[in-house]
Design a protein around this ligand. Structure first.
Ligand code: NAP
Length: 238
């Protein structure tokens, strides 16, 4: 198993890409600490992981709430003793022309998609620095590499994540900590089922499992090698 004895925090693990990453990392031997707001979905994930002999700690919380983040990191350390991998995955998008987007919607997207990444990174890094190893994978988006009509603020949060990721990478590589932004194109999850989105044909886009497999690759390279920025596209989406 590729992640035997590793401990991974996965945010937004209740469904979609985060859930796939949690399941694959657990299958490869990692102990999972899962955070999201929907308790029942987290319980279902825990049951599924434990039914195959894995270990899963769940934490109902909001990634934009500093107290929730602090507590979930502390709980992970209490339960598992260390953190080897952090996957900052929780995120969402609201698709509207910018003149129609409310200030509250702006604040919420920035809080979840960017502040959440900052908070988890801030509270997990001291543990990784002490260990002198670690992997942080930020699930960004291809929208964080280009401009997208009706997604200006969502795209901007992902540009922010990419800038933050690359800067942090330079800050902590001397501790053997690898930091990566993984930028998928369209993935078949609930994410695209929101008003205003125009997803390509469902059966041609990426599956959450494809993103999980890429995250596993990032987490399992030899420690001297680091994938720091990756765009994952559907091969033939339309
Ligand atoms: P999804 O199916 O809607 O899942 C989003 C996950 O994030 C859920 O587990 C949700 O759980 C969690 N979440 C949302 N807000 C949260 C908050 N405030 N605190 C804690 N957890 C929160 O969407 P997905 O497609 O898997 O998206 C995962 C990531 O991939 C996002 O960052 C998204 O921007 C990125 N992405 C998606 C696509 C795509 O086409 N699907 C493409 C590129 C990038 P709760 O609701 O239970 O809290």
């Amino acid at each position: 198993m590729l992640l035997e004895n590793k401990v991974a925090i996965v945010t937004g693990a209740s469904r979609g890409i985060g859930r796939s990453i949690a399941l694959l990392f657990s299958k490869e031997g990692a102990k999972i600490s899962a955070i999201a707001r929907t308790e029942q979905d987290l319980k279902n994930l825990k049951d599924e992981i434990e039914s195959t002999g894995g270990k899963c700690l769940i934490f109902k919380g909001d990634v934009s709430d500093e107290n929730d983040v602090k507590k979930s990191v502390e709980k992970t350390i209490q339960e598992f003793g260390k953190i080897d991998i952090l996957v900052n995955n929780a995120g969402f998008g609201i698709y509207k022309p910018v003149v129609e987007l409310t200030t509250e919607e702006f604040d919420k997207m920035v809080a979840v998609n960017f502040r959440g990444v900052f908070l988890f990174t801030k509270y997990v890094l001291p543990h990784m620095m002490r260990q002198n190893s670690g992997v942080i994978i930020n699930i960004s988006s291809i929208a964080g590499t280009l401009g997208v009509r009706n997604m200006a603020v969502y795209a901007a949060t992902k540009w922010a994540v990419n800038g933050f990721t690359e800067s942090i990478m330079h800050e902590v590589r001397e501790y053997n900590i690898r930091v990566a932004s993984l930028c998928p194109g369209s993935v078949d999850t609930n994410f695209s089922n929101v008003a205003g989105s125009n997803p390509p044909t469902k059966d041609k886009v990426l599956k959450p499992e494809d993103v999980a497999q890429t995250a596993l690759l990032i987490a399992t390279l030899p420690e001297r090698a680091m994938l720091s920025h990756l765009i994952l596209r559907p091969t033939n989406p339309r």
